[in-house]
Design a protein around this ligand. Structure first.
Ligand code: ACM
Ligand code: ZN
Length: 764
C-alpha cells in the first residue's frame, strides 16, 4: 500500500508518455547501494529532486499477468515481514508487471519506480524474475512489524539484460555431503545475484550421492567412506530431495545441471560394483584426495550399459537439457593393461586410449541425444577429438574454450586462474575474480561461442559449514562479470564501485543468514633486514577497513605484540599471528605467517637449481628471506623443483659460531610431492672447500606410500661450529614409484627456508 502519491509522477510520465524529464542523467556506476550485479542502465533524478520516490508501508498490492507463476518472486516477502495481495486492477497496484513484445535482450527487463508505482516489464517470466531481484535489492532487507513508519523506494529507471546466458556455480556435494536445505540456501543467494545455473557435482571418487533405482549399492556403499580417524562421512539424496531442490531452483529460474563423472573419478562406484573397473578388484571408497588410476572399464559392454541406465534415471529426475559427464583427469594406465579395453581399441580401429575415452563419451552423448539432451564435459574431452554435440567447460586455463569455439561448439569458462573458490584467498581473491575477462578477443568471430562461466566450489577441504564463506562474496564478483559484462567490470574504478554496492547487498545477506567470507587476504606481512640474525616485520592492511593486533609467538607463546600498521624487530623462529579486525570489529580470523630471524636471512645466496616458475617461493632470495612456509604449499613461501636436486649456499659475511641448521620440507604424495631421498648439510670457511657436517632423512624410505599431507621439519645441531658459508642439498628421490597413480612421472620436492641459527638466535 502506498502511503502517499496519487498522481502520475514526473518519472512515470517521462517514461510512459514520452515527456522530457526535467533533468535525468546516467549515474556513475554503483550509485545505488545494494544493486549487484550492476544493471546495464540506471537513471535517477538528479540531486535537486533527490529523495523522490515511492512511499510504501508493509502492505503491497501486486499486479501481474494471470499466466505467470510468481511463487519465488514473492515468497521471501512474507518471511521478511511484508504482506501482499494480488490485484486485478493495475491502477490499484503498487507493483505492476507487464509483458512487452519489444525485445529487451537476454533475460531483459525494465523497472521504473515513480511516486505512485513500481512498473516492471519483461518479455517473459524469467525477465520478470530478474526484475524482481532488482526490486528486492532496492527495498529494505526486512520490514519489521509491518514497517509502520514506512520506507521510500528511490525514484529510478533501470533497463537491464544479461551479458552471458550461463552464469553458474559448481557445488561439489561429494567430497563433503551437503544437506538439501543447504543446497536450497545456496540457490537463494545465487538467484538474488541473477545467477542461473547450479552445476551440481553428484558422483565422485569419495562419495556417490545420486539415487539410482537399478543400482542401489551406488548410494548404500558408495555414499559412505571411512575417514582416516575411523569416523564415517557420507550421505546421499533421495528422489524426493532432488525433486524438492529442483522445484526450489525452478521457481528462482535457476537450472540445475547434474554432473555424473565418467569415465574417471568413480572409485565410489567401483567400491559398490567392482566389475565396473578393469581389474574387478575390491576397492574401498577412498578418504584421501587426488586422481585415481582405477576408472570405469571402457572395453566392457556391461559397464557402458550400466552407465546408460544411470543416465536414463538422471533424465527421469533432471529436466536440464545439459547433462555434465565430467571427463576430467582420467589416467589411462588401467586401460593400457586391460584385455577388454585393448580389444575394443583394436575392434573399433582406434589409435590409442585417448580415442577410447572419446568413444566412451561419444556413446553416452549419443544416448543422451536420443533423449533430447546434450552433454557438457571438462576440457579433457577435447583430447581424443571433440565428442559430437558436446559443450566444453574450460578449467585448465582458457585454451579449451578457445579450441571448442574454434571447432564450432559452445563453451563455458571456469579457469583455475580466476574461478576456483576452493583455492585460498591468497591464490584467488574477490578482486581477481572481478577482473576476469570471460570472453577473450580470440573467442570472438569463431563458429562457436563462450556462452558463460562458472565458479567451482570443490569441497575436499570444505565441509558444509565452511562453504558459504568460501563461495561468497567471490561468486558475487563473478555474477557481475557474467551479468553486467566488461562494459561495467573493466571500467576504471569499477572494483571500488562494486565493493560499495556489495556493502548494501550485505544487509540482505544478513537477513538471509548468509555470512560471507573476507574479500581477500586481509593483511600482508612486510619483512626487512635488521641487524644480522634479526628481522624487522610490519603487518599492513591489505583490505579496506582491516586492522587488528599483531603478535610474535614462539612455541605457542605470544612474546611480542604491536598493532597492524606498526613494526617490530624479532629474532629466532616463530609465527607472526594477526587477530584480524574489520571495521573495528573482531572477525575471529587469525592470519599466521611463519618467520625466522636468523643469520642467513637476507645474506647473499646462490642456488644450484632452477626453481619452478609456479613455486619460486617469492624470488631469488626466497630460501633465505625470513619467511617460512605454512601448511599450504601454495602460500607463496615454498620453493619447488620437479625431477631435479635442489641446492642452496649462503655467505654469512664473516665466520660465525653456529648453533643449528633448519628447514621444512613438504610431503603430499597425492600431489606428487615427495620427501628428498636425503638432505646433505655442509659448511665452509672459504666457500671453496666444504665439509659435510650431517645429513637428514637417511633413515626414511622416501618412496613408501604415505597418505599424509604435511610439513616435515628437519634440523642439524652444530654446537658452536665455526663457518662463513653454509649449504644444504636436497637429493631428488626419482620418479613416482610403481604403486603411485602417477608412476614414472618425476617427483616434486618443496622446501621453504634455509634457517641458520647462531648462538644468539638459538637462545630464548
Ligand atoms: C577439475 O577441476 N578437475 C575439473
Ligand atoms: Zn578395461
Amino acid at each position: 500500500m502506498r502511503i502517499e502519491g496519487c498522481c502520475i509522477s514526473w518519472l512515470l510520465a517521462w517514461t510512459l508518455l514520452g515527456c522530457q524529464s526535467p533533468s535525468v542523467h546516467p549515474l556513475p556506476q554503483g550509485h545505488v547501494k545494494g544493486l549487484v550485479p550492476q544493471p546495464q542502465r540506471v537513471e535517477q533524478p538528479d540531486n535537486e529532486v533527490d529523495g523522490r520516490g515511492m512511499r510504501c508501508d508493509g502492505q503491497l498490492q501486486l499486479f501481474w499477468p494471470q499466466e505467470w507463476d510468481v511463487v519465488a518472486a514473492t515468497d521471501w516477502m512474507e518471511s521478511a515481514g511484508w504482506s501482499w495481495n494480488r490485484t486485478e486492477d493495475v491502477s490499484q497496484a503498487d507493483v505492476a508487471w507487464t509483458l512487452v513484445e519489444q525485445n529487451l535482450g537476454l533475460e531483459g527487463y525494465t523497472l521504473t519506480v515513480s511516486e505512485d508505482r513500481v512498473d516492471m516489464t519483461s518479455n517473459d517470466a524469467e525477465g520478470a524474475f530478474r526484475a524482481w531481484t532488482t526490486l528486492r535489492q532496492l527495498m529494505p532487507a526486512v520490514c519489521e512489524q509491518g514497517c509502520p513508519s514506512g520506507f521510500t523506494l528511490p525514484a529510478i529507471h533501470v533497463e537491464d539484460h544479461a551479458y552471458l546466458a550461463h552464469r553458474g556455480l559448481l557445488l561439489d556435494c561429494c567430497r563433503h555431503f551437503m544437506a538439501p536445505e543447504f543446497v536450497k540456501e545456496i540457490i537463494d543467494v545465487l538467484a538474488l545475484q541473477k545467477m542461473n545455473v547450479l552445476h551440481w557435482h553428484l558422483t565422485e571418487d569419495q562419495g556417490w550421492r545420486l539415487p539410482v533405482k537399478a543400482y542401489p549399492k551406488l548410494t548404500e556403499v558408495g555414499g559412505f567412506r571411512k575417514e582416516a580417524d575411523g569416523s564415517v562421512h557420507g550421505g546421499f539424496y533421495t528422489r524426493e530431495d532432488i525433486r524438492s531442490i529442483l522445484e526450489h531452483a525452478a521457481e528462482r529460474h535457476v537450472t540445475v545441471i547434474p554432473e555424473i563423472e565418467l569415465p574417471g573419478h568413480c572409485r565410489a562406484a567401483l567400491a559398490a560394483y567392482p566389475w565396473l573397473g578393469c581389474t574387478g578388484d575390491s576397492l574401498d571408497v577412498p578418504c584421501n584426495w587426488g586422481v585415481f588410476k582405477d576408472v570405469y572399464c571402457a572395453g566392457n559392454d556391461s559397464t557402458l550399459a550400466f552407465m546408460k541406465t544411470v543416465l536414463d534415471e538422471v533424465c527421469e529426475m533432471f529436466p536440464s537439457e545439459i547433462i555434465h559427464i565430467g571427463g576430467d583427469e582420467v589416467p589411462k594406465v588401467r586401460w593400457a593393461q586391460c584385455a577388454k579395453c585393448q580389444s575394443k581399441i583394436r575392434l573399433l580401429g582406434l589409435r590409442d586410449e585417448a580415442e577410447l575415452q572419446t568413444h566412451f563419451i561419444q556413446e553416452m552423448g549419443a544416448h543422451l541425444a536420443s533423449k533430447g539432451r546434450r552433454i557438457m564435459g571438462w576440457d579433457e574431452i577435447l583430447e581424443g577429438g571433440l565428442p559430437q554435440g558436446a559443450m566444453v567447460q574450460s578449467w585448465r586455463g582458457m585454451e579449451g574454450a578457445l579450441e571448442a569455439t574454434h571447432l564450432g561448439t559452445d563453451a563455458v569458462v571456469s579457469p583455475t586462474s580466476h574461478c576456483y573458490l576452493d583455492y585460498p584467498l591468497r591464490s584467488t581473491d574477490l578482486k581477481e575474480v572481478y577482473h576476469f575477462v570471460p570472453v577473450p578477443e580470440a573467442a570472438l568471430d569463431q563458429p562457436g561461442s563462450i556462452v558463460g562461466g562458472e565458479c567451482n566450489m570443490w569441497t575436499e577441504r570444505a565441509p558444509q559449514n565452511e562453504v558459504m564463506a568460501k563461495v561468497f562474496p567471490r561468486a558475487t564478483g563473478l555474477a557481475e562479470v557474467l551479468w553486467s559484462g566488461p562494459q561495467v567490470t573493466q571500467k576504471e574504478g569499477a572494483y571500488a564501485n562494486f565493493l560499495d554496492r556489495l556493502d548494501g547487498l550485505g544487509q540482505h545477506w544478513a537477513f538471509m543468514g548468509v555470512e560471507p567470507g573476507l574479500e581477500g587476504v586481509p593483511v600482508s606481512l612486510e619483512i626487512s633486514p635488521s641487524s644480522q640474525g634479526a628481522l624487522q616485520i610490519a603487518v599492513l592492511p591489505a583490505l579496506r577497513k582491516a586492522g587488528g593486533m599483531v603478535h610474535f609467538a614462539k612455541d605457542g607463546d605470544r612474546v611480542q605484540s604491536c598493532k597492524v600498521g606498526e613494526s617490530m624487530t624479532i629474532q629466532g623462529m616463530g609465527v607472526v599471528e594477526v587477530d584480524v579486525m574489520m571495521r573495528g570489529r573482531a572477525t575471529g580470523v587469525t592470519e599466521t605467517f611463519p618467520v625466522a630471524g636468523h643469520l642467513a636471512a637476507h645474506q647473499p645466496l646462490s642456488l644450484g637449481h632452477d626453481p619452478s616458475a609456479s613455486y619460486t617461493g617469492g624470488g631469488a632470495q626466497a630460501l633465505a628471506d625470513g619467511r617460512r612456509g605454512s601448511q599450504d604449499f601454495r602460500d607463496g613461501a615454498w620453493q619447488a623443483v620437479q625431477g631435479d636436486n635442489m641446492a642452496v649456499t649462503v655467505d654469512l659475511g664473516e665466520v660465525k659460531s653456529l648453533r643449528s641448521l633448519h628447514a621444512q620440507l613438504y610431503l603430499y604424495q597425492d600431489a606428487w610431492i615427495f620427501l628428498p631421498e636425503q638432505v646433505l648439510w655442509s659448511t665452509s670457511m672459504d666457500g671453496v672447500a666444504f665439509d659435510l657436517v650431517g645429513q637428514s632423512l637417511d633413515d626414511m624410505s622416501s618412496l613408501e606410500p604415505d597418505s599424509r599431507q604435511k610439513t616435515v621439519a628437519i634440523d642439524l645441531p652444530l654446537e658452536g661450529r665455526k663457518a662463513r658459508y653454509v649449504s644444504m642439498e636436497l637429493v631428488n628421490p626419482g620418479v613416482c614409484p610403481s604403486w603411485h597413480d602417477a608412476a614414472t612421472e618425476p617427483t616434486w620436492m618443496f622446501v621453504d627456508e634455509f634457517v641458520v641459527l647462531g648462538d644468539l638466535e638459538g637462545l630464548d
